[in-house]
Design a protein around this ligand. Structure first.
Ligand code: NDP
Length: 503
């Protein structure tokens, strides 16, 4: 397909100033070079141009950052009140809001997502997330439990529990929604009183560095939040193996999640994992198709399909199959593809040339099956890593494209012919994943029965992948361990101490 237009909207001067700066690691409140002096070039995936050069840390830098985080955990941070922690988190939200345009433009240039999506991700998600957990900082408490240990007489002993910060947290984040991914970990960690060493995806470190700057501006003490940009196999591995890290909070692929688990075994650190997905979207014939069609199209192609919650398997009843597939395909063909800063862009580039190769490999595999290529199927000539939104109809679960997470703009559609809910659920549950999913019908009994049968951490009715700081989110099976968001999202950052008093 022919190249895209070049009329890319120009970033604001403050964004250009930020990009032109020297970008270092944040360790113990200081911006420092990597011990090795190494740097990484950060690319705009829409233009393939280098937009910034960032220090690239390794094991030595991780070690320095962990020492700083441990020192901070025992220092001033451990003595400030929960009200003060709450105030600092709220101030961080205000500071981010005050730099909203800068944060959005950095996220768009770094990741490629369209500006309106970055606005939702930062204004609608990350900032709300901070404020939500600012509220939790003052509501962390234990229980009193009436007990009779060791034959104590009733009423002559008491056990109480206290919730304590889990300690030094190593956070490892992916590139698909860089700033919210940091916030999902940083906000509850600060609320709980933990300290953190963050290793963001090396392809998209810029908004993490902005957050680092803002933590300094609002007065979060030195060493509470440290950032070591670096490669996964080097800095990421050093962090997950480090004996003085108490917990790893990881978001990324299932394959790397398994590596993290093995690395954590050394000191048996706690681990929470938000991993991949291949989420089902089930459409019954009585559903409101005016809602199904845009819901399914956005559910599949949001963030160019580089979205763990993406509804990439569309199961449609035979009675409405043609109408739904044609409706979604019409939307997919009409999506405006381009650089994220270009007004009107619906779909941006994929993150990298490698990701385009991976996605095009899956599309080639799909073309070799009996599946029907309904639309798309081509990469778009560069510059930029663009791929057409692609729909395969008449797929089945024997096909690799229907089973594996592609993490690109590829939707697989399957037809079902009767109302055997168990059979439909069996198809929905027949991947290694169990992250998200949705059911579309006007029949509330069918809706609730299907929700019960789909083995995913989140199953929505007549919408797909609703996100709010209060909605617990996480995966079943190989989609992860634990939950982020909501009260449950605080739990991985806390540990319980029980104390018994005899009198
Ligand atoms: P990866 O698993 O490749 O990388 C995630 C992070 O882990 C990056 O920071 C990466 O570093 C780092 N990493 C890579 N290798 C190691 C290692 N050996 N030890 C420690 N850290 C390592 O995932 P992607 O970045 O490609 O992100 C896409 C994946 O993330 C998809 O599978 C997607 O489903 C999942 N995801 C899940 C979400 C959820 O909430 N469930 C949300 C978003 C994405 P680097 O890349 O810098 O080398």
């Amino acid at each position: 397909m022919s190249a895209l237009p070049e009329d890319i909207a120009t970033p604001a001067p403050e964004t250009l100033d930020f990009l032109a700066r020297k970008h270092q690691l944040l360790i113990d409140g200081q911006w420092v070079d990597a011990a090795s002096g190494a740097t990484i070039e950060v690319e705009d995936p829409a233009t393939e141009k280098t937009i910034a050069t960032v220090a690239c840390g390794g094991a030595d830098d991780i070690d320095r950052a962990v020492v700083a985080a441990r020192k901070a955990l025992k220092g001033e941070w451990s003595r400030i009140t929960s009200h003060e922690r709450s105030r600092l988190i709220w101030k961080l939200a205000d500071a981010l809001e005050a730099r909203l345009n800068l944060a959005i433009e950095l996220e768009v240039l770094d990741n490629g997502m369209p500006r309106p999506i970055a606005n939702i991700a930062i204004a609608g998600s990350a900032i709300n997330h901070l404020r939500y957990y600012a509220g939790w900082a003052t509501k962390i408490h234990g229980q009193t439990i009436p007990v009779s240990p060791g034959g104590a007489r009733n009423g002559e002993s008491l056990t109480y529990t206290q919730r304590e910060p889990v300690g030094v947290v190593g956070a490892i984040t992916p590139w698909n929604a860089p700033l919210p991914m940091v916030m999902l970990k940083l906000a509850p960690a600060l609320a709980a009183g933990c300290t953190m060493v963050l290793k963001p995806a090396e392809m998209t470190p810029l908004t993490a560095l902005l957050i680092g700057q803002l933590t300094r501006e609002v007065g979060i003490p030195d060493g509470v939040f440290n950032i070591v940009v670096g490669h996964g196999a080097d800095a990421g591995a050093a962090l997950s193996e480090h004996d003085d890290v108490d917990k790893i909070a990881f978001t990324g692929s299932t394959a790397v999640g398994k590596i993290i688990l093995r690395a954590a075994a050394g000191n048996m650190k706690k681990v929470s994992l938000e991993l991949g997905g291949k989420s089902p979207v089930v459409v019954f014939p009585d559903a409101d198709l005016d809602r199904v069609i845009p819901g399914a199209a956005r559910g599949a192609f949001f963030l160019q399909g580089q979205n763990c919650m993406a509804g990439t398997r569309l199961f449609v009843h035979a009675d409405v199959y043609d109408q739904v597939v044609e409706g979604v395909a019409e939307m997919a063909r009409a999506f405006k593809i381009g650089p994220g800063l270009q007004p009107g862009t619906d779909l941006g580039p994929l993150i990298s040339a490698n990701q385009v190769n991976t996605v095009m490999g899956y599309i080639a595999a799909g073309k070799q099956t009996d599946a029907e290529l309904v639309c798309g199927g081509e990469a778009i000539e560069g510059p930029g890593h663009f791929v057409q939104p692609t729909i395969f109809g008449q797929t089945n679960m024997d096909m690799k494209i229907a089973r594996e997470e592609i993490f690109g703009p590829v939707l697989c559609v399957q037809k079902f012919g009767d109302w055997d809910l168990d059979a439909i659920a069996e198809q929905c549950n027949s991947t290694i994943y169990g992250l998200s999913g949705s059911v579309w019908t006007r029949d509330i009994s069918v809706a609730h029965r299907m929700v019960k049968k789909i083995d995913s951490g989140q199953v929505s009715i007549n919408c797909h992948a609703a996100v709010d700081p209060a909605i617990p989110f996480g995966g079943n099976r190989q989609s992860g361990w634990g939950r982020e968001f909501g009260q449950e999202g605080l739990e991985p950052y806390l540990k319980t101490k029980a104390t018994t008093v005899m009198f």
